[in-house]
Structure formats: C-alpha cells, structure tokens
Write a protein that binds this ligand. Sequence first.
Ligand SMILES: Nc1nc2c(ncn2[C@@H]2O[C@H](COP(=O)(O)OP(=O)(O)OP(=O)(O)O)[C@@H](O)[C@H]2O)c(=O)[nH]1
Ligand SMILES: [Mg+2]
Length: 603
Amino acid sequence: MANNIRNIAIIAHVDHGKTTLVDKIIHASKIFDAHQQFDDLILDDNPLERERGITIVSKNVSVRYNGTKINIIDTPGHADFGGEVERVLKLADGVLLLVDAFEGAMPQTRFVLGKAIALGLKPIVVVNKVDKENCRPDEVHEQVFDLMFNLGASEDQLDFVTLYGSSKQGWMSTDWKHKTDNLIPLLDAVISSIPAAPTLEGTPQMQITSLDYSSFVGRIAIGRVHRGTLKEGSNMSLMKADGSIKKVKVRELHVFEGLGRVKVDQVDSGEICAVSGIEGFDIGDTLADFENPEALERISIDEPTMNMLFTINNSPFFGKEGKFVTSRHLRDRLFKETEKNLALRVQATDKEDTFLVFGRGILHLSVLIETMRREGYELQVGQPQVIFKEDDNGKRLEPMELLVVDVPEETAGKVIELVSMRKGEMTIMEPKGDLQHLEFRIPSRGLIGLRNNVLTATGGEAIMNHRFIDYEEHKGVIPGRIAGSLISLETGPGTAYTIDKMQDRGSFFVDPGEEVYAGQVIGEHTRPNDLTINIQKGKKLTNMRASGTDDNAKIVPKRQFSLEESMEYIQKDEYLEVTPKSIRMRKILLDENERLRYAKTAE
Ligand SMILES: Nc1nc2c(ncn2[C@@H]2O[C@H](COP(=O)(O)OP(=O)(O)OP(=O)(O)O)[C@@H](O)[C@H]2O)c(=O)[nH]1
Ligand SMILES: [Mg+2]
C-alpha cells in the first residue's frame, strides 16, 4: 500500500540554488494569502543564514500539488554541514539533485549524491541556473550521468528524469532551450518518478533524525514514521544507543504544512512529523511500541574533524563590550549548544575557564562564535587544530581532503605552488570554460589559512571548495604562515605619524587612533619573525591632523579580516579575542619579555 505522499530531499553543492528553488515551489503552490508579502529565501530564516546567504540547518516544508502532499527537505550545501544532509536523507524516498549549469558537479555534489545513491533513493536531476551566461547544460547533464554511474547507481536510479531551468526565475523545463514560466514540469516529475511513501503496517516505529528547539516545549524530535501509527498522548518506548529503553509519552504531534506545522492527533507510516514531550532523546534513537518495542538500525553522527580552545576573555580590554564574560557564562552557553548542535562536542579541561570545542570545520565553529558574540558574549579562541588518529600500529594518521580550485589560467601556477607547499598533490588539471579546474589531495592541516593566500595570489578570482576524504598517514611538517606578526609594545591609540613611518615593516590591521593593547597583533610583518613595535609614540600633533590630509593620506587602509579569516590566520601562540563589537588578534603572552623567555625555554 502507498500513501499520497512524496518525501524528497533537495541536495547539491553549496550555492547551487536549493533554497531558492524550495522558496519558489512554495510561492507557486499559493499557500499564502494574495496580499501577504514575503521576502525571498524565507526558509533561510536565521540572521546568520540571511547575511551569509547559506543554509546552516536543514528545514522541512510541504506543498500540495494535485492532491498529493510533497514533503520537501531543504539541506545545507556547505561541506561542514554534510553530516546533517546524510541524516535527513533518511526521511526521503527521492532526491532532487541540483547542479549549477556552469559549475557542474562539485565536491559536495559527489558526496551528497553518493549518500543518496547508497540509500537507494530515486534521483531527479535539476540542471539549474541555465539563465547564466556561459552555462553548459548538456555537458553538465552528461557529467552527472557519469558521476552517478561511477557511484554505483542502479538501473532504476540511472533512469532519472532531468529538468533544466532557473530557480531564480522560477521555471523548469525538460529542454533548456525551451523556457517555460512555471515549475509544473518539476512537480509533475516528482509525482511520476519519485516513489510514493510506502505504508507499513504493524507496531509503530519512528527514528529520530533531527531535532528542533522551542523555548516553550524544549527539544522536539523530528522523524519519519517508518511503520504503524503514532498517536497523540500515547505511551511509547524510546530505544537508546546503549540498548536501554526509556518509557516516554507523546505529548503533541505536528506535521509539516507549507512553511509551518499543524497539530494532528495521529500520524501514519510514511509521513514526516515533529513530536514533542519526549525527554532525553538522542538523534538515531527509535520511538517504538510501548509493549513490543523494535529498534531501527541506528544512524551514525559525524565525528568532529577539528577542535579549538575556547576560553574567557582576559585581554586588557575585557568586559568593555560584552554582557557575558565569566567562565560560568561560557561553560553554560557551550554545553547548552550541544543540546541542538549535533556535530558539536564540548570537553572541559583541567582549567575551569577553558574548554575544547570539537566541530566539523571552520564554518561550523565560526557560526557558533558569531552567534555567541551577537548574544553578548566575550571570549577568546585558539588556533583551530585538526584531529589526528592512530592506526593499530600506533602510526599517526591525519585527515585528508579533496580540494577543488577553479581559477583563471594565468594564476593557476601560483595556486599549484601554494597548495604544493602545504603538501597538496594535484590529481586533475583541465579547462572549464575560461577557467582552469584543479583538483588536489591535501591534508586538512594544509587548508587552514590557505584560502587567504590563494585569494591574494589570484586577486580574489579563485573559487575554492574542499571536502574530507579519509585519514592517511601523517604527511610531516607543513609550513605555517610565512609572515610574522607585528605586535604592539604599548597600550593606547596608535598615531598616524608612527604608523605612517612603519608602513615598510608590513601591513597594518589597525587604523591610526584605534585603541590597541600591549601584546596585540596589529599587523603582518614583511619578514618571518614577529616584531614588537611602538606605534603610540611620535608627534602628538598628528592626532589633531589625523582627519586631515597629510600623514593619513599616505597610510594604506588597514587590512580587514572576517571572523573565519582571523580564525585561520592566528598562529599557535596567538588567540583571537571576540567581543560583540571587536575581533582582535593577540599573543597569548602579552608581555614581550615573557614571550622571549618562553621562546628560549622552547628551543
Ligand atoms: N543566475 C541564477 N542564480 C541563481 C539561481 N538559483 C539561485 N541563484 C543564486 O545563487 C545563490 C545561492 O542560492 P541559494 O538558493 O541560497 O543556494 P543553496 O543551494 O540553497 O545554498 P546553500 O544552502 O548554502 O548550500 C543566490 O545568490 C541565488 O540568488 C538561478 O537559477 N540562476
Ligand atoms: Mg540553501
């Protein structure tokens, strides 16, 4: 027996247009009042998602088309959130694989498609963004077919429908040269080629695949009813990873409808729902029959690949800008985060104000840091560290990644040189439109800080993507940042006069008049060693003229770093100080003499 339900996940590489498409599908299904106004990308609803234009957490929505309910799961495309995609694929019977008609299959396309194929999900391929100039839809279609074949797709999976179109313009067509003005070809394809959600009779089973959080009811379990029927108010068994069984009660049940949810009394097999009232669940647990519980096969959660030290702000400027500054605040906030941020782990250390935070990559961790600073926290973080492992013989292993760089031909050489210096090995070099397409295998360590260098070397033209492959034998020393730091000797505002005089020493991260403290990293040295300098001395008069023309006019504007760039920039003996208003880099040891003494003992 089958329901009149289709469960599909939308998967793709980052930015290939998933959320835009889901958004357009919702608009098209006219679930809104005619006079209601909506922004684009209503789905990417948290402020960080909006600002960065990326999806961070997957979302469930639903539309009705010709009497069929289509549950759609929008997934994040960035590799740091890949584990999330893998989990939510468990909710679906089919996938819409979006591929940018110019970029073609990218590392994350391969990863998410591989997972969908392995789970036996039926794909529909959407070659998106055919409105873009220089796009190559036919080539991309062929590339996706080859990719699917190489990933071991079955006959049925290879027999996929392909649609071409533009999410942004809101149309899809079976032929990219014949533009339509709607999404009907896509919705028809979903109905005809994605299998209906099967109805399985028997005692109830639902695996919890993701969670939601509400300040009113706490954690909400989201999953697909695999078998039987879930009923409001019923007593059930929660089956945990260690084999233990907890008795729980279903307080409320919701199904997805449009962008929202509606409360229902019961949910049948095949439907996706949100369950509140379940205490103490983990992702992967099965909600099963009270009397005769049977667990579903567990899903594994991604292991972290990177860690960073988080500590309280103890810089001379601490407490000036934030509300939450104590180790108690930091501890509570970090542990609270682990309740909903599934791939995140927090470990206390022997220092009560210091924690190790484990995540899936720079973006995963930076989203947390950025969220905290917006909430009013001050904190400091150390240099990101990749996580090593040991094999059975005690040999040290390290994570390796696939790195893809698309770059104008004339700068390809520079990129290859930079990547090679960091133990990257080139595996593919081929033309892609006017660009060179380069692929490398590189230790994850080598990627930290690489983006800054590649962008500088290519005048910002390079497009870089990477994704974890597996662990391999440790590749030996990789040189870190080549340039040393310029460090402030004194505390106080730097003068235009001195900064101007020191322009030949390196590039500055602070402007004249900006308050800095002793031990703060205020610039990048032109040489490999650190250099401590005094930028406060000099003619006091200059400050009065600072807004004028003279000295200031000659000063190169300060280099500005984003949070992620700063995270990748700092060295082992440096911290990043983050407050609601500022991001500063500093030496862990602020005092120059202490640094010199430490350097001596380390020798
Ligand atoms: N030209 C063109 N641009 C598009 C199209 N679809 C989406 N875009 C743009 O591509 C960018 C990314 O779109 P999103 O829908 O956020 O992409 P996404 O796949 O959801 O991205 P992640 O969730 O971060 O993986 C936005 O700037 C869109 O406006 C399209 O069909 N044509
Ligand atoms: Mg998105």
